[in-house]
Design a protein around this ligand. Structure first.
Ligand SMILES: NC(=O)c1ccc[n+]([C@@H]2O[C@H](COP(=O)([O-])OP(=O)(O)OC[C@H]3O[C@@H](n4cnc5c(N)ncnc54)[C@H](O)[C@@H]3O)[C@@H](O)[C@H]2O)c1
Length: 396
C-alpha cells in the first residue's frame, strides 16, 4: 500500500517504520523542514527508532520524509499522528488535528483509508476529522496509538491494536493495513469506543499514580515505607495492581489525556471528579518533594548547592515535555538553593546545559536513567530519591 503518515514525531515515525518494514511504500509527511531533512539523512530523533533501522528503510526505498503536501495524493492509507495538546485554559487544542484534516481535504483526491492515531476525546474522528474532509468518499477509522517510548518489551508489533471504523469497509481496510505489522487487532463497535478506550487507559494510570502519591505521603507520616507496603500488597494474586509513587507525572500522555476526558465529561454534564483531584495531587508532588528536602536540611536550603538528577519525565528517554523536574527546580530555586541539573540524555534544556553529577550538598533524583552512577549520586552529602532506585537514602 502507499501510506502517508502526517506527523513524524514519536508516534508517526514509529508507525512509519512498522509499515515500511512490512513492505508498504511510506511517506513521512511533517511540517518541520529541519526534522524532514534530518530523517532523510538517516538520523532518528526518537529513542525507539535507531539510525540503523531508519537507514534500513531508506535504503530499501520504502521510506522518505517530506514537507510537500502534494505527495499525499494517491495514498491508499493516510495516518494522522499530530500533537493533541491542551490550550492555556487546559482545554483540548485540536488545531493540529484540524490542520491535518484540511491537508487531506485539499490534497488527497483519490478515495483512501484515513486513520487517526492522535489521542483525543470520543467523537474526534467523526466530528473533527471526517466532517471536515469533503469532496471525496474516504474510509475513516480510529486506531489510537498506545506506544510507550523506551519500553523494550511492548512495541508496535506486539501491543494489541484497537480499531473502530465509521463503516465496516473502513474497519476491514484498517485491519488489512495494521494486520501487516501488528500481531493482534481488536475491533470495537465504533471509533468513539476506540478513542474512549485510549483516554480511559491513561486516566486509569493518572488516577492510580495520584492515589499512590497520596499514599506515599500518608506512609511517610506514619513512618513506614510506601514502597515496601506496595510490594507487600502486590503479593496478593488478584485485585491489586502496583503503581509507584514519584515526583509527579510528565510526558505527552498522562498529564494531558485525562483532561480530554474531563472536557468531554463536562460537555455531557458529568463531573469528572477523580480526574480533577488526581491532577491536583500529582501537580502538588514537586512541592511535597521540596518540603521534605527543606525539612531534612533543618529548615532552610538557602545557598545550598543542589543537583537535580534526571530531568526527562521518565527513565531512558530524552523527552522533557511536562516533566515534574521543571517545578522541582523552580521551587528549589525559589527557596534560595543554587540548582544545577544532570541529564546526559537531555543534554540541554530551558537554556541550560547538563552539569557534572558529583560534589553537591544535595542530590535530588527525579528520573534515574540506566547507567547513571549511583555512587556518583551518593557523593552529595544528602540524597533525596523520588524513584526508589537508590538504595539506602531518603525519598518517596
Ligand atoms: N509520545 C507518546 O508516547 C504517545 C503515545 C501514544 C499516543 N500519543 C499521541 O499521538 C499524537 C502524536 O504524539 P507524538 O508524541 O508523536 O507528538 P510529537 O510532537 O512527537 O510529533 C508530532 C509531529 O507532528 C508534526 N506536525 C504538527 N502539525 C502537523 C501538520 N499539520 N502536518 C504534519 N505534521 C505536523 C510536528 O512537526 C511533529 O513532528 C498525540 O495525540 C499524542 O497524544 C503519543
Amino acid at each position: 500500500m502507499r501510506v502517508a503518515i502526517i506527523g513524524q514525531g514519536y508516534v508517526g515515525l514509529t508507525i512509519a517504520v512498522g509499515a515500511a518494514e512490512a513492505g508498504h511504500q511510506v511517506l513521512g509527511f511533517d511540517v518541520n523542514p529541519s526534522l524532514v531533512s534530518q530523517l532523510n539523512s538517516g538520523h532518528s530523533h526518537i529513542e525507539g527508532v535507531s539510525n540503523q533501522v531508519l537507514q534500513g528503510i531508506i535504503s530499501t526505498g520504502k521510506y522518505q520524509s517530506s514537507t510537500d503536501a502534494t505527495l499525499l495524493d494517491g495514498s491508499d492509507v493516510v495516518v494522522i499522528a499530530v500533537p493533541t495538546p491542551l490550550d492555556n485554559e487546559r482545554n483540548p487544542d485540536l488545531t493540529y488535528v484540524h490542520a491535518a484534516a484540511e491537508l487531506i481535504s485539499k490534497h488527497v483526491k483519490n478515495s483512501a483509508l484515513i486513520v487517526n492515531e492522535s489521542t483525543s476525546y470520543p467523537g474526534t474522528l467523526r466530528k473533527e476529522i471526517a466532517a471536515r474532509i469533503v469532496g471525496v468518499e474516504h474510509l475513516f477509522a480510529s486506531s489510537p496509538e498506545r506506544v510507550d517510548p523506551g519500553n523494550t518489551q511492548w512495541g508496535t508489533k506486539n501491543t494489541p491494536r484497537l480499531i473502530g471504523g465509521l463503516t465496516p469497509a473502513a474497519v476491514a481496510k484498517a485491519r488489512e493495513f495494521y494486520g501487516s505489522f501488528c500481531d493482534s487487532i481488536i475491533e470495537v463497535s465504533s471509533p468513539e469506543v476506540a478513542e474512549a478506550a485510549k483516554i480511559f487507559e491513561n486516566t486509569f494510570r493518572q488516577v492510580n499514580i495520584a492515589l499512590v502519591n497520596e499514599f506515599a505521603q500518608i506512609s511517610d507520616a506514619l513512618g513506614i515505607s510506601s514502597r515496601e507496603v506496595i510490594e507487600a500488597a502486590a503479593t496478593k494474586p488478584y485485585g491489586f495492581m502496583p503503581f509507584n509513587p514519584g515526583p509527579g507525572v510528565g510526558g505527552h500522555c498522562i498529564p494531558v489525556d485525562p483532561s480530554y476526558l474531563a472536557h468531554v465529561a463536562n460537555e455531557v454534564g458529568v463531573p469528572a471528579t477523580f480526574i480533577k483531584r488526581a491532577n491536583e495531587v500529582n501537580l502538588a508532588m514537586p512541592a511535597y518533594v521540596v518540603k521534605r528536602i527543606i525539612s531534612a536540611a533543618g529548615g532552610s536550603i538557602s545557598d545550598k548547592s543542589v543537583v537535580v538528577v534526571g530531568v526527562s519525565y521518565k527513565a531512558n528517554v530524552a523527552d522533557t515535555r511536562e516533566t515534574p523536574a521543571a517545578a522541582v527546580i523552580d521551587l528549589l530555586r525559589a527557596q534560595g538553593a543554587l540548582v544545577v541539573w544532570h541529564d546526559d540524555l537531555v543534554g540541554s534544556w530551558r537554556g541550560e546545559a547538563s552539569s557534572p553529577l558529583t560534589g553537591h550538598d544535595i542530590a535530588v533524583v527525579v528520573t534515574k536513567h540506566d547507567g547513571v552512577d549511583i555512587n556518583a549520586i551518593k557523593s552529595s552529602q544528602y540524597v533525596f530519591d523520588c524513584t526508589g532506585t537508590v538504595p539506602g537514602v531518603e525519598g518517596i
